[in-house]
Design a protein around this ligand. Structure first.
Ligand code: PLP
Length: 378
């Protein structure tokens, strides 16, 4: 089996599991309880929050734990816009955001907010210039992700953050794909989200950085957890796992990125050399080291995915399947690609366990799969 879908999720690191296990078993206390069991769990959560804050480059009270990246995105986009509605009801989001942000923006539209969706250029990059021209005096929130999950295109968030600051607009950046890979943008963004299962941590664990003094609507009414803004029993094991995984990701980040990039580049070079009618989607340079997104003339990405799966190779497409019909990726269509090119796209995302041999084997299998599909289609 060859796993090339690391942007979808990564396996839990053994060391992370070892750190988490005590908080599932013997130290199972509710961190809000006042007895020794509770205090043990609470101190682990406090240490994890301190560790995450150090890595984020912020204070511990600027870190909020959530159940996933989707939750952090929903909370930031809707919570901040609704809290600032007295200042304005206009929001700017990039057209290539993850559905967690795009659908949240649509929820805001249903609440009467006006939303401007900013398109990327053909390389999948949302320019600071286009964000600037979308901002208005009444724009209370702007959301642009740090890197896109389908193309890996790294976005110019430093410039965008600066432009938002000048306009007095709150800037949120979804960092789910860059956490553990690139530096996190405290000081650039007013808020950002991360998700542990993208960096070898557990699923169901996310975090939101929220700059001190920011206004945000409460997410979950209930207990006093997360400064009274997100009620619900604190998931100590997941939080310990997130902190441990994030720490491990940054300790070896340069080395890991270089290793992953070398395997990714080998795959890309071979695929372009050995298979005809292949096109790279997204910026070739401003791109995550793990990502390759390719379109194949005369093929459907879905067919390639299924045939590779039959041969034990796991990849993904950005297409969504709803009511039996395949809708091309909103990211690739926003980049100006035809529906045919978008539907023929396949995403290969490499991780720290992939090898050069796996990259070469994938090209070999891919070449025969693509040839078979083209033969059948005539
Ligand atoms: N944002 C981006 C860019 C993502 O890639 C994902 C997951 O693929 C999410 C948000 C959602 O994260 P989670 O799976 O933790 O809900």
């Amino acid at each position: 089996m060859i796993y090339l879908d690391n942007a979808a999720t990564t396996p839990l690191d053994g060391d992370v599991l070892r750190d988490m296990a005590p908080y599932l078993c013997e130290n199972f206390g509710n961190p809000s309880s006042q007895h020794a069991y509770g205090r043990t769990a609470a101190s682990a959560v406090m240490a994890a929050r301190d560790k995450v804050a150090r890595i984020f480059g912020c204070a511990a009270d600027e870190v909020f734990f959530t159940s996933c990246g989707t939750e952090a995105d929903n909370w930031a986009v809707k919570g901040v816009a609704r809290a600032l509605a007295d200042k304005g009801r206009h929001v700017v989001v990039s057209a290539i955001e993850h559905p967690a942000v795009l659908e949240s923006a649509k929820d805001l539209q249903n609440d009467g907010f006006e939303v401007t969706f900013v398109s990327p250029d053909r390389s999948g990059i949302v320019s600071a210039r286009s964000v600037k021209s979308a901002l208005r005096k009444d724009t209370v929130l702007c959301a642009v992700m740090a890197a896109n999950n389908e193309t890996g295109a790294i976005q110019p968030i430093s410039e965008i953050g600066q432009i938002c600051r000048e306009n007095g607009t709150f800037f949120f950046s979804d960092c789910v794909q860059t956490a553990g890979v690139l530096p996190l943008p405290a000081g650039i963004a007013d808020a950002f989200s991360v998700s542990a299962h993208k960096f070898y941590g557990p699923k169901g664990a996310g975090a939101l950085y929220l700059k001190r003094g920011s206004r945000i609507a409460r997410l979950l009414s209930g207990g006093h957890q997360e400064r009274g803004l997100r009620g619900g029993t604190t998931n100590a094991a997941a939080i310990v796992g997130l902190a441990c995984a994030l720490d491990r990701a940054y300790v070896g980040a340069d080395e890991n990125n270089a290793k992953i990039k070398a395997v990714r580049d080998l795959f890309l070079k071979r695929a372009l050399e050995e298979i005809e009618g292949v096109h790279l989607n997204g910026d070739p340079v401003s791109r995550l080291p793990s990502n390759v997104n390719l379109s194949f003339d005369g093929c459907d990405g879905e067919n390639i995915l299924f045939l590779l799966d039959l041969k034990g190779i796991a990849v993904s497409t950005g297409s969504a399947c709803s009511s039996g019909a395949v809708t091309p990726s909103h990211v690739l269509t926003a980049m100006g690609y035809s529906a045919a090119r978008a539907k023929s796209a396949v995403r290969f995302t490499f991780g720290k366990y992939n090898t050069a041999e796996e990259a070469e084997e994938t090209v070999r299998v891919l070449k025969s799969v693509v040839a078979d599909i083209r033969k059948i289609r005539g």
